[in-house]
Design a protein. Sequence first.
Length: 55
Amino acid sequence: MSINKAKLTETDIITKFILPSIKQAGWDDMTQIRQEVKLRDGDQLKSRVSDTLTS
């Protein structure tokens, strides 16, 4: 049975492919892997690099 990856959600891809590979490489999912982590409160800062790339 072939899996059509184009129809999978981001969560499906992580669960089925990325996490198993990371665990197989020896990472501990309870102490070394975090998902959906909020990095900071407040507005997103716009960088000067993105200004020059979009102009």
